[in-house]
Structure formats: structure tokens, C-alpha cells
Design a binder for this molecule. Structure first.
Ligand SMILES: Cc1cc2nc3c(=O)[nH]c(=O)nc-3n(C[C@H](O)[C@H](O)[C@H](O)COP(=O)(O)OP(=O)(O)OC[C@H]3O[C@@H](n4cnc5c(N)ncnc54)[C@H](O)[C@@H]3O)c2cc1C
Length: 406
């Protein structure tokens, strides 16, 4: 192993690196792995230690699905993401992505159901539509109204987020990346030739910088203040009343469109804690990224308990765990992956509005492309500063949007 993983350094380093990555969570660790695999000299920094539970990338599971209801334009990126996840698994000789199928449940004209069908039709993706009776017969864990339907994405499943972050870190180091954990970056100072990255304990000279600091992004990219909004997201785990029905073999992962009540997501019992559920964007409560994650309270658990009782009655036995995580929402709920307009040597990776984990494996590739070539052949036109500012000009900032979409 050529690379190294260390804690804070004490002396001002003299080595120069081609690329620095600030933030080694989901996006930054993937960028480090892609850059190191290309033989680039790369240094990465994280304020904490890999796969920690203080940001946006913990909690055992993340959904991945191909028929993307949010917009069909995400599908080509997802196809690349699937290929990259499998390549990562191949190198690690470990399972990161497990296929269980993903059910998208709701009224036929709901955004989630109709959007999934639209994406699947447009890209010729496999999908199967089940009416209420068929869903009850095949997947009895789910309660469904007679007028609702479910669209099964047979390629959907879940990722193991902590294992994915750790896997990318491991490969990056194996390929020569130098990763400093427990070393917070305090400033990025563009100079005429190089860029200086300052931490509490050192100064580093680099050619390019990737900023992937998740919910803390406005510290280093103040232009995003008022646009990238960290919010509280809560998920809870339940011991199933009937364990037979909630195994991954009988219960796919799911997203449920509940109309004005928003959308809920969940996973079968894939670990000892049982079935996991959350509501997308929860109560859309803004949080201070510098304060510890706010504790789970009774309002949080009442919401999820009521959903589980109503929609997953066989899983409504006993809530055994609940935790807080962070979404960081952009006004359009899309991503921002672009060169910084004021200095294109700096690449920005936004935390992806609560649906970015599944893309991590391809975002790492894109960030490496942007840092090395200033562009990418992968389709990211919708994730530019220009697109974000156009949306804000037409609709307003996050804080101004009264009724965020699902
Ligand atoms: C509960 C929950 C459920 C979700 N479900 C899904 C899902 O099912 N499917 C899906 O696709 N997505 C999902 N998401 C979204 C997805 O997890 C996020 O988009 C993704 O994890 C964001 O990764 P990130 O790298 O931007 O942030 P993080 O992983 O939080 O990484 C940011 C890193 O930057 C570091 N850092 C910050 N500031 C500094 C600094 N100054 N110097 C050095 N390091 C710094 C932090 O320590 C941290 O490690 C979910 C998110 C949550 C919270």
C-alpha cells in the first residue's frame, strides 16, 4: 500500500498534490478512489473519521432504483452508477449493493407511481405493475388501499452506506491517496499558480480542489448560503410482529406516495434492528450544521409509528431504534456538481438533496473528470450553478419555497 491514512499533522507539509479533496464522506471518498485509480497524486481531508454518524451517510441502508420518478434524465447516470458499484464490489470482494426490488406505491396518478412508469417507459426498463390485490397476495407486509397500485422496479435494492464509504477509502489508500482524518479544512485560498488548503495543523499546495463537505458546504462555499439548507431527517427501526413477512425475500424495499402527507421510504428487515422507515425530508426542519444532530423527539417517532401502524401493520411490533441524519436541500431538490464559477480550479459536489447516495459511485467518477479535465462526458448539465440559479430566479430560494415537492 503506497498511500497513507493519518490523523492531524503538526508540521507545514512541503509536498505538492495535484488534487485535494475536502470531505471524505460519500462523495469525497468516491472521488478519492477514482482519482487514485487514475494515478493522480491526491490528498484528502476529513474533519472526522471514516464512515462516521455525524453527517449524511450513516444508518445501515440507502435505496437504489433505476426507474427514477424524480426525472428520467437521471437514468443514464444511474446506469453508470450501477456499473461502478459492481466494479467497486469486484475490487473489494465484498457486497455493497443488494437487489431486493423496490416497490413504488401510491395512486396511479401520484408523482412517484406515474414518474417511475414514465422513466421506465422512456428507457425501456423492466418494471411490473401490481394492483392492490396482487400486492397483498405477493408481498403481504404492505397494507394498500383498493385504488392504489405498486410498480416494482426489479433492479432496485439497497446499498450499505458505511461499507461503501469505507470501501472507497480503502481503495483510494491502496492506490496511493494520502488521506488525513481528524483534520478539518479551515480555508481554501486560490493563488496565481496553485491553491493553498489550510487546516488547523497544516498548509498544502495543490492544483485543484474538490469540496464535498456535505451539510457543512456553506463554510467553504459561502455563495451557497441560503441555497443549500441542512435539515433534520429521522429514521426508525421496528421489530416485525411477523418476521416471516419482512425478510428481504418477501418484502422489497419501498417508497410510498402519501399525497399531501409526503412520501415515505423503507427497507425490509436486513439487520437485527428490523424494518427501517423514514419520511422524505421529515418535517423540513432547518438545522445548524455546526451543532450536534438534534435528538429524536416524540413528534418524530409519533409520525413514523403512525405510518408503520397504517401501512406496514406486520412490522408495527416494537420500535427499537431511531436516529437523526442530515439532508441538505437545494431549491430544486436536484444536485449541484460543477466548477466554481469564480475559480474553475475548484469543483463543488453538493450533498444532493436527500437522494444522492445511490449516485455516489458515479459522482466520484464525475468529480475526478471535472478536477482533471474541467468537464465530463457524463450528463450533468442539469446540476450546474447556472441551472440552480435559473431555478431560483423562477421559483425562489429554499427558504422562500412554501410547499416543497416530494
Ligand atoms: C436518513 C437519510 C436517508 C437517505 N436515504 C437515501 C436513499 O435511500 N438513497 C439515496 O440515494 N440517498 C439517500 N440519502 C442521501 C444521501 O445519503 C446523501 O446525499 C449523501 O450521503 C451525502 O453525502 P456527502 O458526501 O455529500 O455528505 P457526508 O457523507 O456527510 O460527507 C461530508 C463530509 O465532509 C466532512 N467535512 C465537512 N466539513 C469539513 C471540513 N471543513 N474539513 C474537512 N472535512 C469536512 C464531514 O466530516 C463529512 O465526512 C439519505 C440521507 C439521509 C440522511
Amino acid at each position: 500500500m503506497n498511500g497513507s491514512m493519518t490523523g492531524p499533522t503538526t508540521a507545514a507539509p512541503t509536498a505538492r498534490f495535484d488534487v485535494a479533496i475536502v470531505g471524505l464522506g460519500a462523495m469525497g471518498s468516491a472521488a478519492a478512489a477514482h482519482l487514485a485509480a487514475r494515478g493522480v497524486s491526491v490528498i484528502g481531508f476529513d474533519a472526522y473519521h471514516p464512515a462516521h454518524g455525524l453527517g449524511s451517510s450513516h444508518g445501515d441502508s440507502r435505496l437504489i432504483r433505476l426507474g427514477y420518478f424524480e426525472d428520467p434524465s437521471y437514468v443514464p447516470l444511474l446506469q453508470r452508477a450501477y456499473a461502478n458499484w459492481r466494479a467497486l464490489e469486484g475490487r473489494l470482494r465484498d457486497e455493497i449493493l443488494t437487489i431486493t426490488g423496490v416497490l413504488q406505491i401510491g395512486l396511479p396518478d401520484s408523482k412517484i407511481v406515474s414518474g417511475t412508469l414514465k422513466s421506465s417507459d422512456m428507457y425501456g426498463l423492466a418494471s411490473e405493475t401490481l394492483d392492490a390485490a396482487a400486492l397483498r397476495a405477493r408481498h403481504p407486509a404492505f397494507a394498500i388501499d383498493d385504488d392504489e397500485i405498486a410498480v416494482l422496479d426489479p433492479q432496485g435494492g439497497y446499498l450499505r452506506p458505511e461499507a461503501a464509504v469505507m470501501g472507497h477509502v480503502k481503495l483510494a489508500v491502496a492506490d496511493g491517496a494520502v488521506l488525513h482524518f481528524g483534520e478539518k479544512v479551515t480555508a481554501i485560498r486560490p493563488q496565481a499558480e496553485d491553491i493553498t488548503v489550510e487546516t488547523a495543523t497544516g498548509r498544502y499546495s495543490v492544483g485543484r480542489v474538490i469540496v464535498a463537505t456535505g451539510s457543512w458546504i456553506t463554510d467553504l462555499v459561502p455563495d451557497l448560503a441560503g441555497k443549500a439548507m441542512p435539515i433534520k431527517q429521522v429514521v426508525a427501526w421496528y421489530q416485525p410482529a411477523d418476521g416471516f413477512l419482512t425478510t428481504p425475500q418477501r418484502m422489497p424495499a419501498f417508497i410510498r406516495d402519501e399525497g399531501e402527507d409526503g412520501s415515505y421510504f423503507g427497507f425490509p428487515a436486513i439487520g437485527v434492528d428490523g424494518v427501517k422507515v423514514g419520511r422524505h425530508a421529515h418535517f423540513m426542519e432547518e438545522i445548524d450544521p455546526h451543532a450536534p444532530n438534534p435528538p429524536v423527539n416524540a413528534r418524530d417517532t409519533d409520525l413514523l409509528d403512525a405510518f408503520v401502524r397504517r401501512r406496514l401493520p406486520t412490522a408495527a411490533g416494537l420500535r427499537v431504534r431511531a436516529t437523526t441524519c442530515r439532508y441538505t436541500m437545494l431549491p430544486s431538490e436536484d444536485f449541484l456538481i460543477d466548477l466554481l464559477p469564480s475559480d474553475p480550479r475548484i469543483v463543488i459536489a453538493s450533498p444532493c438533496s436527500g437522494h444522492g447516495f445511490k449516485f455516489t459511485s458515479v459522482v466520484g467518477e464525475i468529480l475526478a473528470d471535472l478536477a482533471l479535465d474541467g468537464g465530463t462526458r457524463l450528463p450533468i448539465g442539469a446540476f450546474s450553478f447556472e441551472a440552480m440559479n435559473r431555478f431560483i430566479a423562477s421559483r425562489g430560494t429554499r427558504a422562500e419555497l412554501e410547499n416543497p415537492t416530494l
